[in-house]
Design a protein. Structure first.
Lengths: 248, 427
């Protein structure tokens, strides 16, 4: 029997689910190896148990934590799908504000305290339940999604690149954006996107999160060479709530 | 429960973006409750961006919506440019319009082909149609791929564009890429006609339901407005400047919804492809008018909300033709890259862009260093929630005799016809 696969979304833009539709003709190949049993955005239907659940979005309310725990119980494997799920993504910008009440008042004004508008600090999926595999990116890279699905179907834990975006950028023979006077996070961000932003003459924003064991000294050196301060890159690191450890 | 009583509760309507519920209670032929509910988790974007640098606003607010990220990017860039008095060359504006229409085509094809049309065939998704209507499905996929590839080439990525920046572009396509795109778009016209034919073959399934409402969209003297213009209401004669958008949207909080609702001259209004069609029909291209006439649509306003899907098909034709014309204009003048010229200054600016689901507003205020002090975003679907509710209130009494299953189907189909972007509406 083909593995039973489901997609679920929490607080997010659903752009990562859209990347499944954006596989275009390859979707036919995908449904040949897996059975998509629940995927609210594109099909009507539900199932009781899942071999693999893909979770998109971050968790921002107690009732969403309960819904996620219930999905976890019914899933053999659970994949955090996209930056909102893997790190909290842009949704964690909310947590930088010292007052949740201020955040709520900024958006809802005098109605901020109505019960249906309540919110909590944003969490990544693995802050609530056990995660078996991660697909980072905002949005996810379609090729990487296909690779991860292949690995899971074959019973392997998918491996993500453990080197920085810089490596992919060099392979694409791009002129380094630091040499053009821009600040780029490709030095310490986990590769796997084929350096898509620097290749379009736009700095890496760190959406895939910080790579394991980043070379902090090299980062400091580059910043120093370019007369930049840690403060200047701090805001960029916070955009996708990359690992705060390298802020200093 | 007698057949004169029913409880329709749809938890998380399927084949729409985001989370919405339908709750209808009829007790012994008396309607007790009719609610369109939006339980989507708020993300608080307007608070998130306060304190951020002006260059971060478009990349962050793009993430409000995965389906209309290009529209959000342009609404955001235009608001920042309005606040700082930054202008673009005609070439760079036309390139933005090309990318915007890449999204129009992608989103309309996705909605009509993958999300709405399965209702007309009474199947649960596009998947069973691969078996029964393979040729049509492959055509739809082909058009969807083409629109996405345009977004890749012009924007650098299909979702959350990269090359778009304050004052212009980080990088341009090559003339060769534009020539190839144009050729493929010319070929796509026939494919679109074929898809329109498929939709027409099942158009008899579109419910015969009408409710006149206020239609709000952009309008422009020079074209069928998408990228720029003034605000047009079907209830008001003179167009309204975008800077006065707050007098139009009048956002308020409704206990049924985490997304704010809006109203202008009536209890609700519609922002959609159908609103644009009704307000700006005269400016459609001849071919898009021909496609509209296939479905019995003409210059007279259409008040059947289910016909929004048909208006999307009509606009898909327009988007393709307009893109070909824009590419021609650019190739004729010769493509030139000009680095954006930005002088950061304090200011406040509002913008509006027509995105697939209707008119979208962004407004920002910056301090002298370009730090964001205030942001407000009003999304098409948050403008449509009140109108969906009002449609429900007319539809349920008119059609409750059809029975629970059929009525539930009609209500779900109505929600889908609006192509709602619910997580976007709550943002």
């Amino acid at each position: 029997m083909k593995p039973q696969v489901a997609f679920f979304d929490f607080a997010c833009c659903e752009g990562c689910q859209l990347q499944i539709a954006n596989l275009e003709e390859d979707i036919v190949g995908l449904v040949n190896v897996v059975d998509v049993v629940e995927f609210r955005e594109v099909l009507t239907g539900t199932a009781e148990k899942y071999d693999v659940s893909f979770i998109e979005g971050s968790i921002t309310r107690p009732e969403d934590e309960e819904r996620l725990k219930d999905i976890r119980k019914r899933s053999k494997l659970l994949v955090a799908y996209g930056s909102c799920a893997t790190s909290g993504g842009v949704n964690k910008l909310k947590n930088l504000n010292p007052s949740l009440e201020n955040v709520q008042k900024t958006v809802y004004g005098k109605d901020w305290n109505m019960p249906h508008l309540r919110t909590a600090a944003t969490k990544a999926v693995d802050e609530v339940v056990k995660v078996d595999a991660y697909i980072p990116g905002c949005p996810v890279n379609r090729k990487e999604v296909v690779e991860v699905v292949k690995s899971l179907v074959l019973g392997h834990v998918p491996a993500l690149p453990e080197y920085p975006v810089c490596v992919e950028c060099k392979f694409r023979e791009n002129v380094c954006l630091f040499q053009k006077g821009q600040v780029c996070l490709g030095l310490v961000t986990r590769a796997g996107c084929n350096a898509i932003c620097p290749s379009n003459n736009s700095p890496c924003e760190g959406c895939r999160g910080v790579m394991p064991n980043p070379n902090k000294n090299a980062m400091h050196e580059v910043l120093k060479e370019n007369n930049l301060t840690v403060k200047q890159i701090f805001d960029m690191f916070t955009m996708f709530s990359a690992d705060p450890e390298v802020k200093g | 429960m007698s057949d004169k009583s029913m409880h329709i509760h749809v938890h998380h309507v399927t084949r729409v973006e985001g989370h919405g519920n339908i709750d209808v209670v009829v007790d012994n032929d008396v309607i007790k409750k009719i609610e369109w509910q939006v339980p989507e988790a708020p993300r608080f974007f307007e608070a998130m961006v306060v304190g951020r640098d002006y260059m971060d606003l478009a990349p962050i607010t793009s993430r409000i919506c995965g389906i209309c990220s290009i529209g959000h990017t342009f609404a955001s860039l235009k608001a920042t440019e309005a606040a700082m008095g930054i202008t673009l060359s005609e070439q760079d504006t036309r390139l933005r319009e090309i990318l915007l229409h890449g999204e129009t085509l992608q989103s309309h094809v996705l909605h009509a082909g993958y999300l709405a049309v399965p209702d007309y065939f009474r199947v649960n998704s596009v998947v069973p149609l691969v078996g029964t209507h393979k040729e049509a499905v492959l055509l739809i996929i082909k058009l969807h791929r083409l629109a996405n590839e345009l977004c890749d080439i012009i924007g650098g990525r299909t979702t959350h564009p990269i090359r778009t920046t304050v004052g212009g572009w980080t990088m341009l396509p090559t003339e060769k890429e534009l020539v190839t795109l144009k050729k493929r778009y010319e070929e796509a016209v026939e494919d679109l006609k074929a898809v329109a034919g498929v939709v027409l073959s099942v158009a008899g399934k579109i419910p015969n339901f009408t409710r006149e409402t206020e239609y709000i969209s952009l309008t422009s003297p020079s074209e069928y407005a998408f990228y720029d213009g003034m605000i047009k209401s079907s209830d008001v004669k003179a167009p309204i400047p975008v800077s006065n958008y707050r007098t139009v949207v009048n956002e308020y909080v409704n206990p049924q919804s985490t997304a704010k609702w809006t109203k202008f001259n009536r209890e609700s209004y519609a922002a959609s492809a159908l609103a644009r069609y009704n307000n700006n029909y005269a400016q459609l291209s001849p071919l898009s008018k021909t496609v509209a006439s296939m479905f019995g649509l003409g210059a007279a306003a259409c008040h059947n909300p289910y016909m929004n899907t048909v208006a999307q098909v009509v606009e898909s034709v327009y988007a393709v033709e307009r893109t070909i014309a824009n590419i021609d204009w650019i190739l004729d003048k010769g493509l030139k890259y000009v680095k954006p010229d930005i002088k950061v200054k304090a200011g406040k600016g509002a913008s509006a862009v027509e995105v697939p689901r209707g008119i979208l507003f962004h407004e920002y205020e910056y301090d002298k260093n370009g730090k964001c002090l205030m942001a407000n975003c009003v999304i098409p679907t948050n403008q449509n929630h009140g109108n969906i509710q009002k449609d429900f209130e007319k539809l349920v009494p008119e059609f409750k005799h059809v029975g629970k299953e059929e009525l539930q189907f009609m209500l779900e189909m109505l929600v889908r016809a609006y192509d709602p972007c619910i997580s976007c509406s709550t943002h």
